[in-house]
Design a protein around this ligand. Structure first.
Ligand code: SAM
Length: 317
């Protein structure tokens, strides 16, 4: 699989505190001066585009809490070779920002919503903001940040009862609702035994809405599997990162908010691009390293690089 996609965590800060994502109160935020500047991110993306990367996703933490993120989007959208610029957000600030994001050159958004029941949503995220997020989904559709994908991490005993309601969104709205298997990342986050495999989630949906048919979504599906409920406006997706081995179809690498490349989400191994950048490395030196990272991507798989403890908000989910 050719590496085509770079996911960039633009900040490790977030306005929500999802039980499965963020460690508790004593989480040490990265010092501001260690976070990549917009100039640094722009240079890295420009050089990656020279090496064949054509899709960039901004994530976090919460990318919409990074100050002036629309100006970063404007600059990245103008880079030759970048054909798709997307963003993963919790949606809290999406409604007021959607027009500006679209005008800046953002192509589409993924929005995380783990529950459609206000109390349940609050229990998971720590915040009473579900209606703002739902407004954000509608606004994203309205301004054309499409196809909109809705991401839901399913935890047994916490939000598994929400599976039918979430799946129903794909019947009523032109959105792809993706069910993500919970991946334990840090000993301080949620207990690992709340994990619910893709096959079980799929059974719940098929019991409620009948058999799913295969669907193809967008240019490159990456590791997700896509289906449709009969007569639905949207689609259903599954990201079975835990119960299946999709390393062969993984076409992405990650840039952490403090400037490290992770060839695989699970890999302990990183490449410190920020150190190079701040030591005046030339474009050529940088490009040589990026090419090497891309060519070695296939060596990093879940099996050979699994490292149980990392923080999703630092790496960017
Ligand atoms: N704040 C943004 C958001 O909420 O979408 C972007 C960052 S968040 C880390 C990106 C995605 O990672 C979200 O869809 C989230 O649900 C997912 N995620 C976070 N922790 C996870 C975990 N332990 N297992 C599976 N997915 C996780």
């Amino acid at each position: 699989m050719r590496v085509k996609c770079l996911r960039i965590s633009v900040t490790d800060r977030c306005n929500l505190r999802c039980v499965y994502c963020r460690p508790p109160d004593d989480y040490d935020f990265i010092n501001q001066n260690e976070i990549l500047t917009f100039e640094e991110i722009h240079r890295i993306v420009r050089l990656f585009a020279d090496c064949g990367i054509d899709k960039v996703r901004l994530t976090g933490g919460e990318p919409l809490v990074r100050r002036n993120v629309t100006s970063l989007i404007e600059r990245l959208a103008a880079i030759k070779g970048i054909r798709e610029l997307t963003l993963t957000t919790n949606g809290v600030w999406l409604r007021p920002m959607a027009d500006k994001l679209k005008a800046a050159g953002l192509d589409r958004v993924n929005i995380s919503v783990d529950s459609l029941e206000a109390e349940n949503y609050k229990k998971i995220t720590g915040c009473d903001v579900l209606s703002r997020v739902i407004d954000g989904i509608h606004k994203a559709i309205e301004v054309g940040l499409q196809p909109v994908k809705v991401n839901a991490v399913i935890l047994r005993g916490i939000n598994h009862s929400q599976i039918p309601a979430l799946a129903r969104m794909s019947i009523d709205l032109p959105v792809t609702v993706r069910f993500i298997e919970y991946c334990p990342t840090n000993k301080d986050t949620h207990p690992a035994n709340d994990y619910m495999p893709y096959s079980e989630i799929r059974n719940v949906i098929e019991r409620a809405f009948g058999p799913l048919s295969n669907a193809a979504i967008g240019r490159s599906n990456g590791p997700a599997l896509y289906f449709k409920i009969k007569d639905s406006a949207g689609a259903i997706g599954f990201i079975a990162g835990r119960s299946t081995m999709f390393c062969r179809s993984c076409n992405r690498i990650r840039l952490t908010s403090d400037g490290k490349i992770k060839p695989c989400l699970y890999s302990a191994h990183t490449y410190d691009l920020k150190r190079l950048l701040r030591n005046q490395a030339s474009d050529r030196q940088m490009r040589d390293l990026l090419k090497m990272i891309i060519s070695e991507k296939g060596n990093y798989t879940k099996l050979n690089s699994f490292k149980e403890e990392f923080s999703m908000c630092k790496v960017g989910g």
